[in-house]
Design a protein around this ligand. Structure first.
Ligand SMILES: [Ca+2]
Ligand SMILES: [Ca+2]
Length: 183
């Protein structure tokens, strides 16, 4: 049974890669090899949220505009078998920043584990980054609170990323934002 599932996955992946032409098959193979047997390539249609769009690599980005804490936003993404967005390249980041408009929007990037070291929620160290000038600043000098969760700063001129409080426990007027899920 398992070999049948893998064969289907390989076939589906081959079909996806077919349009690109000439690319190496190795990354896709590695993904299949390391995936749990039941982790099918996500063939769901892109849907849900207050708005959704298909990203440059076929990702589905799902926008929720009702402000939530980072923890609740992360849980809400998990509830639709998604995760807070990982904007690991400029192409996806640009698409996401346009998509969220002027809303300050949580993505799946924090330095909650080690202050000053931002990692994506899947444990990947930050590579591509698009911080707003002066960010991340953990609230700036003299701040009496922590900023450990990254947002697309939709409300700032030029947007880009900013670290903000993960919830409203330390700053009642901050810490709850719209959020962007991805699958
Ligand atoms: Ca921080
Ligand atoms: Ca900041």
């Amino acid at each position: 049974m398992r070999s049948v599932v893998v064969a289907v996955l390989v076939a589906a992946c081959g079909a996806q890669l077919g349009g690109g032409g000439g690319g190496s098959d190795n990354p896709a193979d590695a993904r299949i090899d390391s995936a749990p047997a039941d982790a099918a390539i996500d063939a769901r249609p892109c849907m849900g949220g207050d708005a959704h769009m298909v990203g440059p690599q076929g990702e589905c980005l799902v926008m929720f505009t009702t402000p939530a804490t980072y923890v609740n936003a992360k849980a809400a993404c998990a509830a639709i078998n998604a995760h807070l967005a990982y904007l690991k390249d400029a192409q996806l980041d640009a698409a996401a920043e346009t998509f969220v408009g002027s809303a300050n929007t949580f993505i799946g990037l924090t330095d909650r584990a080690v202050e000053g070291t931002f990692v994506w929620d899947d444990g990947t160290p930050i590579g591509y980054a698009n911080w707003h000038t002066g960010e991340p600043n953990n609230g700036g000098s003299g701040a009496t609170y922590q900023e450990d969760c990254a947002i697309i700063a939709g409300a700032r001129v030029g947007k880009q990323w900013d670290d903000r409080p993960c919830d409203a426990s330390q700053v009642p007027t901050s810490g709850m934002f719209a959020y962007l899920c991805q699958y």
